[in-house]
Design a protein. Structure first.
Ligand code: GLU
Length: 419
């Protein structure tokens, strides 16, 4: 049977736990899931009929604070996947040291096959199902794959309507007009850029590096744009329909702008087509310095990992690398900058948004970006230093997991078991 996301994340955990000699009872506590909500609920379609959908919200661990994590709408969502992603959120929040535990939610649905009204119905009904467990002190959802600021606005409104007053702190990633944070939309991509900048600080920087980006949604398009602004040459971009090769570099800012206005890369290529259309698989094995998987999980496998030419894998998606591929990268001396620090910019600015919502204040975009740089760089430097001081060839992922696990264990020990 092929490796599932939960297999990947649990194997990474146990590897890290072995390396730091984690006590057996902590191993059990850290792999236990605090709370799982599974629901099947009806959604009215535009023609008056209704369909039943299945959704989940998982709290992995809340020792360090309220549960935090996105909600994804995608056809391949499963309970195991949501559990894996919730566990990653626990370590991610701990690595960047924001005071949250880990959660994730998902609905098995293809949002592209729904009208806007149907998507609103689905979101409002799912929010109603989640109401017993979400709240600004308990569990704060955010966007993830297939969801966006508008979906968060519906979640916020539905939750607020049943309270009788507006509760802006119940979700993050809201539209700025509703108390969303300046800089949240670009935060994941910007955090990826800051981490790569720091990683290459003593190695010549980002300037002139060739980069291939897989996925051109809110994360991939922004990171492509920002890396280009830092002087990188973005030679490959792709979405689920098309992969494009620009030997001398694409105008990533223009392409990002184009998709932000609702266009697709296929349309972009029709309008600006001076490039080569390549196979989707060619993006990750392109002859570049850095590959940025910014689409779905498990795209780097034992099949393509031996053919990767880049020396750096910047994990923008959650879980893009299977364990088999991770081992191959280690063997081949390819550096993987792991998801739980690389893409932590999103949840970091979610934390800033939550703080602003709870204090009814607004930070400037400059302040948000500066604080983001500070937290995510500190997270990266902590794991890089830890990796350097380890004797036995540990990877950055190992070091990130050690830091994440140790911080959660420390909080757990301080709190004790009650009742
Ligand atoms: N969905 C994003 C992630 O995977 C952001 C989560 C959040 O902001 O709570 O990190």
């Amino acid at each position: 049977m092929s490796e599932s996301m939960l297999d990947t994340v649990l194997a990474q955990f146990h590897r890290a736990a072995d390396q730091i000699g984690l006590k057996e009872d902590h191993r059990e506590t850290m792999t236990a899931f605090k709370r799982i909500l599974q629901t099947q609920f009806p959604v009215e379609r535009d023609d008056g009929s209704f369909d039943i959908y299945e959704g989940y919200r998982v709290h992995h661990n809340v020792a360090r604070g309220p549960a935090k994590g996105g909600i994804r709408y995608a056809p391949m969502v499963s309970l195991d996947e949501v559990k894996a992603l919730a566990m990653l959120m626990t370590w991610k929040c701990a690595v960047v040291n924001v005071p949250f535990g880990g959660a994730k939610g998902g609905v098995i649905v293809d949002p592209a096959a729904m009208s806007r009204g149907e998507l609103e119905n689905l979101t409002r009904r799912f929010t109603t199902e989640l109401e017993p467990i979400i709240g600004p002190d308990s569990d704060i959802p955010a966007p993830d794959m297939g969801t966006n600021a508008q979906v968060m606005a519906w979640v916020m409104d539905t939750y607020s309507m049943s309270r009788g007053y507006t509760v802006p702190g119940v979700v993050t990633g809201k539209p700025v007009a509703l108390g969303g944070s300046a800089g949240r939309q670009e935060a994941t991509g910007r955090g990826l850029m800051y981490v790569l900048q720091d990683h290459l600080r003593d190695a010549g920087g980002i300037q002139g590096r060739k980069v291939a980006v897989q996925g051109f949604g809110n994360v991939g398009s922004v990171v492509a744009k920002l890396l280009q602004m830092e002087g990188a040459v973005v030679t490959h971009i792709s979405d689920k329909d098309i992969a494009l090769h620009y030997p001398t570099g694409v105008d990533a800012a223009a392409a990002a702008n184009y998709v932000a206005q609702g266009g697709t890369l296929t349309e972009w290529n029709e309008e600006h087509g001076r490039c080569e259309v390549v196979d989707a698989g060619d993006v990750l094995t392109a002859d570049v310095d850095v590959i940025v998987p910014a689409a779905v999980e498990h795209v780097l496998t034992e099949e393509n990992a031996p053919h990767v030419k880049a020396s750096i894998v910047l994990e923008a998606a959650n879980g893009p690398t299977t364990n088999a591929a991770d081992a191959i990268f280690k063997e081949r001396d390819i550096t993987v900058i792991p998801d739980i620090v690389a893409n932590a910019g999103g949840v970091t600015v979610s934390y800033f948004e939550w703080v602003q919502a709870r204090q009814y204040v607004r930070w400037s975009e400059e302040r948000v970006n500066e604080e983001l740089r500070r937290l995510i760089t500190a997270g990266y430097q902590t794991i890089a230093a830890r990796q350097m001081s380890a004797k036995d060839g540990a990877t950055l992922r190992d070091a990130a997991n050690w830091i994440g696990i140790e911080r959660v264990v420390e909080a757990t020990e301080l709190r004790g078991i009650y009742p």
